[in-house]
Write a protein that binds this ligand. Sequence first.
Ligand code: FAD
Length: 500
Amino acid sequence: MAEPIKSILIVGGGTAGWMAAAAIQRSVGPNATVTLVESADIGIVGVGEATVPTIKDFNALIDLDEAEFMRETQATIKLGIEFNGWGKADSAYFHPFGTYGPGPTIGDFPQSYFTLREQGRAGSLEAYSICAHAARRGKAGARSGDARSPYSGLHTAYHFDAVLYGKYLRRVCEGRGVTRVEGEIVDVVLKPEDGFVDHVVLKDGRTLKADLFIDCTGFRGLLIEGALKAGYEDWSEWLPMNRALAVPCAKVGPVTPYTTSTARDAGWQWRIALQHRTGNGYVYCSDYIDDDAARETLLANLDGEALAEPRPLKFVTGRRKKLWDKNVVSLGLSSGFIEPLESTSIHLVQVGLIRLLQHWPDTEFSPVNIAGYNRRLGREIELIRDFVILHYHATDRDDTPFWRHVRDMPIPDSLAERVEMFRDRGLLFQVGADEYFSQGSWLAVMYGQGIVPAAHNPLYDYQNIERVADGFEQVKRTWGAAADALPSHEDFLKRGGMWA
Ligand code: FAD
């Protein structure tokens, strides 16, 4: 007979493990025990400084105080990503959070924009985003929920120190009743009758049993792959990046409220400003550059003095074929990895958690429920994958073998269709409510990287173009004035009690 889940064992105490502990404990309350086991000897990946706005919903779900969270993690505000050298070697564009224009009042923004553009009257796309205006001015502010407010489009996320986030969540979780066990797992024992995980064995001989296991063991996927052999879908043919070097640097100048991604010969370099330091890293493909040359490239292009030796990381882009198998749910790196270009890993941890809470099992572990979770989350991950591939595919660069390769590589049909429709007449669409990236994001990257629609929807020629043009001018003025009125990023953090 089906019984409620009484015990949950989270295996791994990186960002994913502690996020899982916080969300699950909040949901099960005193009705089940939540235990987290981790090994300090193995350690965590601990990079992951940039997020997307959904992190705010997650922090609200687990009841974190925003100012405290920001002080504890040395967090700054993120309004979007500046991409340098992606479309062409000397080009740049900004992918802002939020929407372009005020939305409904000017109908389908891209169609009106391209209609005006054909008349030479549209100006830069950035001018229609309040996040871009604020980012360019080094400003930040609170998001208002009031759609009439000039700040309604100011969607923000954070940059933060992922190691500090983990430590902070650990303290919060332990205060709320999560039990932490220190120890290295050396064996995972399955039940002979059904192959479900029965218990894990620690190096010192202790055993830990549970009804439900959450595998947050990072790339190794100790339970989901090591024990259950869930399989891995490798996406390197579309996303060939497989190495990164990360280096913390001294703080330089006022903190910038956006991430910078600069294309390099065999990949790209990130720059992320936190309160206390600036993170820099080079994500690259080892087929096109060796580790020593990558290190030299990174060190030659640092913003601020290096505070440590560059830390090497290896990965294979893809996802676990079964994200949830039997009584094991994988989250974080154990479930797969899409390189950090659009900062989506922590977002996917939280999407996985929300879906898990929606599909929460009982001890029968309904296969229909598990298959539903796998299908749904798998699709959400694939949509993000397509968006990230777009950045490589939509390039005119041919100056290095790497850029020629990614420009010419075949892409998934699902992405090819979207690109063709946009190229044909600027048509953009979101695949259902579960797709994370909005029409605005697709527009930012496609247009930002040089795809210009050949035509627009002819119905837009019937509109009163002078009124549309006036509306567009007004949007630019409103966003510019609203951004002017915001405090500087650092002032905003300091005045709001968010500065550590
Ligand atoms: P890990 O941090 O690897 O944690 C694994 C845990 O499992 C550890 O606690 C370890 O002790 C434990 N463990 C493993 N084996 C055992 C064992 N045998 N016994 C006991 N415990 C064990 N994400 C973003 O959202 N934004 C970014 O900007 C971003 N940038 C990134 C840049 C790079 C180069 C990389 C590689 C990743 C980036 N990520 C980013 C992803 C992000 O780092 C991860 O999603 C996040 O850190 C979650 O990691 P994790 O908790 O799944 O794994």
